[in-house]
Design a protein around this ligand. Structure first.
Ligand SMILES: C[S@@+](CC[C@H](N)C(=O)[O-])C[C@H]1O[C@@H](n2cnc3c(N)ncnc32)[C@H](O)[C@@H]1O
Ligand code: SF4
Length: 446
């Protein structure tokens, strides 16, 4: 797998420029090492009883969008008509029905549900309610701690928001990204800022338990002036939680292809994106928010959790349904068929559309949990001792020493804590390859 040209995602090499190939780290070992041999392990695990303490989540992938944003790396379709969407949603419901009968899933309560995309809010009220009615018959979520739902502001109507609340959504997440219309248009977003203000009163009236706003630092066309304005306007919108991502350019975005094709795009470098990120978090803190991870702030006077994130980062079981979705069950990671045709044809034949998998070793499980939880800003070595019987400070002593010397983190031995510094937290994804096993360094990530 190793290549002569460094892979920005796994090489652990700090690049100043936003080069094509960077990623947001969401799993380990890298996806490129998952394979079809391990799919047999998935089917075996599905036939066995689950671990008695494991909680279960359900992820539903709705891969449709009005337009493809030029920075987006998700699997999305912008050309599907209502009948194709109908076919897809029927396949999705069938997939959940097939899972619900497997011994590893049968009768287990759902702790969390996540409607992700793509844009779950793109589908019609009729499609959404029909899908949910069918799924809830076999996997009900009335007792779930969290039901999260991603929305693109321009796809929401008051009627749709009522339906979303009606299916039990507790966490509504809005892809606002920026509040400057020129920047939104330049980056290929389908919505403009007025659509955010149109839906805001309806959302407040419906009193969801938690409303999150996503922003991106470093969209094309951003300046200090426009970013300050977006940060201020976001505070005025008064969400419960704000997530700030730094613009990544994985290989498959429109912008990445433009750059690889020779276009000179004015992309902010990492230093500037981090300065913008830090500025936003300082402003949010002054406005009454506290940092809960490298990317998220929460209102101090309204403590809320993000069950999905924490469960996934702690290795919970999660069935990921839909085209190209990711799952984790009984210690095995797997992914669904990534093409529309393969996904649908498997389900037409009543087969689960599992396409590639990986059964990590105990050492890999430890690394996975530790690097993902480092994104929270602090971890406790005792957690890993209790769960994996491993002393992480000894196991990863070289990486911890290096990152401590570089001012990225502090090991607070007396209080059982490893804390990232602010400097480290702002670039945490680029630090994580330091913990990768040698065979995964410099491999392609996806
Ligand atoms: C599935 S989308 C959210 C829902 C909806 N599709 C939307 O965009 O409004 C998830 C989030 O990923 C973030 N995102 C997408 N592409 C990104 C990139 N290249 N770099 C950083 N963040 C990105 C955006 O903040 C986006 O809100
Ligand atoms: S960022 Fe959201 S709306 Fe834009 S293409 Fe990606 S999934 Fe669709």
């Amino acid at each position: 797998m190793s290549k002569t040209k460094p892979e920005p995602a796994t090489a652990g090499i700090e690049s100043k420029q936003t080069t094509v190939g960077s990623v947001f780290v969401s799993n380990y070992p890298p996806y490129s090492t998952w394979n079809d041999d391990a799919v047999l392990d998935v089917h075996q695990a599905l036939g066995e009883q689950p671990h008695p303490d494991a909680s279960l989540g359900l992820y539903l992938h709705i891969p449709f969008c009005r337009k493809r944003c030029k920075f987006c790396y998700f699997r999305v379709y912008t050309d599907k008509n209502s009948s194709e969407i109908d076919t897809y949603l029927n396949a999705l419901a069938k997939e959940v029905e097939l899972y619900s009968k497997q011994p590893a899933i049968l009768g287990r309560p759902l702790r969390f549900v996540y409607f992700g995309g793509g844009t779950p809010s793109y589908i019609s009220v009729n499609h959404l309610t029909a899908l949910v009615e069918r799924i809830k018959k076999v996997m009900p979520w009335d007792a779930a701690e969290e039901v999260a739902f991603e929305c693109e502001p321009g796809t929401l109507t008051q009627k749709k928001l009522v339906a979303i609340k009606g299916i039990g959504v507790t966490r509504l997440s809005l892809g606002v990204e920026n509040l400057n219309d020129e920047i939104l248009a330049e980056n290929g977003r389908a919505h403009l800022s007025k659509e955010v203000y149109r839906i805001d009163p309806w959302i407040k009236e419906l009193a969801f338990d938690q409303v999150n706003i996503d922003l991106i630092s470093g969209m094309i066309g951003e300046t200090w002036e426009s970013w300050r304005d977006t940060v201020q306007k976001t505070i005025e919108l008064d969400p419960d939680s704000i997530t700030v991502y730094q613009l990544e350019l994985p290989f498959n975005t429109v912008y990445s292809k433009d750059i690889l094709g020779g276009d000179a795009l004015p992309v902010a470098d990492w230093k500037l994106k981090r300065e913008w990120h830090q500025y936003a978090f300082e402003q949010f803190e002054q406005a009454g928010y506290a940092q809960s991870s490298a990317y998220t702030v929460l209102k101090k006077d309204k403590p809320c959790k993000f069950v999905y994130r924490d469960a996934v980062w702690q290795g919970s079981d999660m069935i990921g349904t839909g085209v190209a979705s990711f799952s984790h069950l009984s210690g095995i990671h797997f992914q669904n068929a990534p093409s529309w045709g393969d996904y649908l044809s498997n389900l037409e034949e009543d087969k689960l559309p599992v396409y590639r998998a990986l059964k990590p070793t105990d050492a890999e499980k430890l690394t996975r949990e530790m690097i993902l939880q480092l994104k929270l800003g602090k971890i406790n070595p005792s957690y890993f001792k209790a769960k994996f019987d491993a002393d992480i400070l000894t196991h990863y002593s070289d990486a911890y020493q290096k990152l401590q010397n570089d001012g990225m983190l502090r090991v607070i031995a007396d209080s059982d804590e490893i804390q990232l510094t602010q400097h480290g937290l702002l670039q945490v994804d680029s630090l994580l390859p330091n913990f990768y096993a040698p065979e995964y360094q410099n491999t392609r990530y996806t």
